[in-house]
Design a binder for this molecule. Structure first.
Ligand SMILES: *Cc1c(COP(=O)(O)O)cnc(C)c1O
Length: 525
């Protein structure tokens, strides 16, 4: 069938504003993707949002996922040709996922639907965005080069505590005009996570273990980003600029909006909801990107009632949604059983507040100054009322998270990863009468140690039994698969022990060491 959404009737050129109003004139999509962050520190948002009817949305179900995504990008009227969008989406969502549906929905009962966002190459939901953004980044840079607005290529530098690094490596490997370097804390990531990174193939990728913890890694990388002398050197010697392509890039958010629109179409097509009926969406939240994408989907026309925000013991977002005060002045960073949600500063909340204040850049700037100086800000009463209209929130501790994994396996014969378990438990506490779509953000086999603890009624911090602790991550997953009958371990995780280790370098965390490593990589023949 023909495309259900086209540009006929769409608005004219769609430009991007920034949340603090300090970035100057609005810019194009391609420029927003290449810039990432606006000058002055604000985040880009589109001036206009498309509006889709229920019929538009439902009709998406007839298209393959890549074409659904292309249709939605076209509705946003991005400044790339339609054929280019089609081709990039084909690359992003063609056959890199282990199911044609890309992100299928498994229903546990009539009103509890699990949106599986982990069928990509690294088995975590970050693939949904990072299989897509790199192609749009590369094409955007190319587009700007053709217009004479850019005369260099890029190196992406990422400090990772686990999931993001591998998803970024897989996304950027082999992409034209970009290379990628990832730094992880030596000894600070799981066996599975380390092996996933150091076995990555491709000529434009490099991985370093860093002596120090994740903070040391991140500080070193941030210093490299703000080192003007290094920037000039890279430009002069390699015609390269550094970029982060991190989760505040609009190009990472838009692919996430797609799956909430697409999921509603799927639920309707499967007869699980009637067209127009409301659903609630529950999201295990860290940096607020995933749940913000669901809010945008709601604005665009998906009948979403409440957005349920699930936190772990790092409950700053839950407290904010319940009180209107975002306070990290006296809050410790806690290591939990759901490490990818361990966060204190939730960057994408800035975009959400910009939208809920009616795009009041002045208010946002002030709150961000308060956050920086007082480690705390409080929103006004009107904004808080809008937060409460859209969101409810709950936090789930480690013991409840692990107990939920066990209970859901017993009750529904479905194995949750710890992040999805946090969302499932929060949804039980927060849900009303609407059906709930729960965002499932990782395959359980990425977090086998905590899944093992859950299945064996161990406490969250208990050391694994000696014989289990001696297993590799792959062997542990194999053991869990045998115990539970859940043998669907994704190929990318199951074969890691047999894959060639390509990167063994360990470097210091200081900025000189990081810059030297990056320079050496760029000088490779
Ligand atoms: C990154 C991540 C999250 C948090 O998503 P945000 O968009 O940062 O809120 C949740 N679960 C997993 C497994 C993740 O990797």
């Amino acid at each position: 069938m023909s495309q259900p959404i086209d540009r006929a009737g769409a608005f004219g050129q769609n430009l991007y504003l920034d949340t603090r109003g300090t970035g100057g004139e609005p810019i194009s999509f391609t420029k927003a993707v290449v810039n990432g962050l606006a000058p002055g520190g604000g985040l880009y948002v589109p001036e206009q949002l498309p509006s889709l009817s229920i019929d538009d949305i439902a009709a998406l179900a007839e298209l393959p996922y890549a074409q659904r995504a292309a249709a939605i990008y076209r509705a946003f009227n991005i400044d790339l040709a339609d054929e280019v969008i089609d081709e990039l989406m084909e690359r992003a969502y063609g056959n890199n996922f282990d199911t044609e549906a890309v992100c299928p929905i498994t229903s546990l009962d009539e009103s509890t639907h699990i949106l599986e966002l982990w069928h990509g190459p690294t088995s975590a939901f970050k693939d949904m965005a990072l299989q897509c953004l790199p192609h749009f980044f590369s094409a955007s840079a190319e587009h700007l080069r053709e217009q004479g607005k850019l005369d260099h290529e890029f190196m992406i530098l990422v400090a990772t505590s686990g999931d993001t690094g591998k998803a970024a490596l897989e996304g950027f490997k082999g992409v034209d005009g970009v290379s990628i370097g990832v730094l992880f804390p030596d000894g600070g990531v799981s066996d599975i996570q380390r092996k996933q990174m150091v076995t990555t193939t491709g000529d434009n990728v490099c991985v370093w273990a860093v002596r120090g913890n994740f903070d040391d890694c991140q500080t070193g990388v941030k210093r490299a980003f703000s080192d003007d002398v290094f920037a000039e050197e890279l430009l002069a010697q390699h015609a390269i600029a550094l970029s982060s392509a991190n989760s505040i890039n609009w190009g990472r958010l838009l692919p996430q909006v797609v799956y909430y629109i697409s999921s509603y179409a799927e639920l309707v097509a499967a007869g699980k909801v009637q067209p127009g009926d409301e659903i609630d969406v529950c999201v295990p939240t860290g940096n607020f990107g995933n749940i913000l994408a669901a809010w945008y989907a709601k604005q665009i026309g998906v009948p979403i009632g409440m957005l349920l925000c699930a936190s772990n013991d790092n409950r700053v977002l839950t407290d904010f949604i319940n009180t209107g005060t975002y306070d990290i002045s006296d809050r410790e960073f806690i290591l939990t059983s759901s490490p990818s949600m361990d966060i204190l500063v939730s960057s994408n909340l800035e975009r959400q507040l910009f939208e809920l204040t009616g795009r009041n850049a002045e208010a946002i700037s002030q709150w961000m100054v308060d956050l920086n100086e007082k480690r705390c800000f409080r929103v006004d009463a009107d904004t808080f009322a809008r937060v409460r209209e859209n969101f409810s929130a709950d936090s789930v501790d480690n013991a409840t998270c692990l107990a939920t994994i066990k209970a859901v396996l017993d009750e529904h014969d479905y194995l949750l990863d710890p992040h999805t378990a946090v969302a499932y438990a929060a949804a039980q506490n927060l849900r009303g009468s609407n059906p709930v779509l729960i965002a499932s953000t990782a395959h359980w086999a990425k977090f086998g140690d905590n899944v093992y603890r859950a299945l064996h009624d161990m406490a969250p911090a208990d050391p694994l039994p000696t014989d289990v602790a001696a297993l590799t991550g792959c062997q542990l997953n194999q053991r869990i698969a045998e115990e539970t009958g859940k043998r669907d371990i994704p190929a990318g995780l199951a074969n890691l022990d047999a894959m060639e280790v390509r990167f063994t370098n360990v470097i210091d965390s200081n900025v000189e060491a990081i810059e030297a490593a990056a320079g050496e990589f760029l000088s490779r023949s």
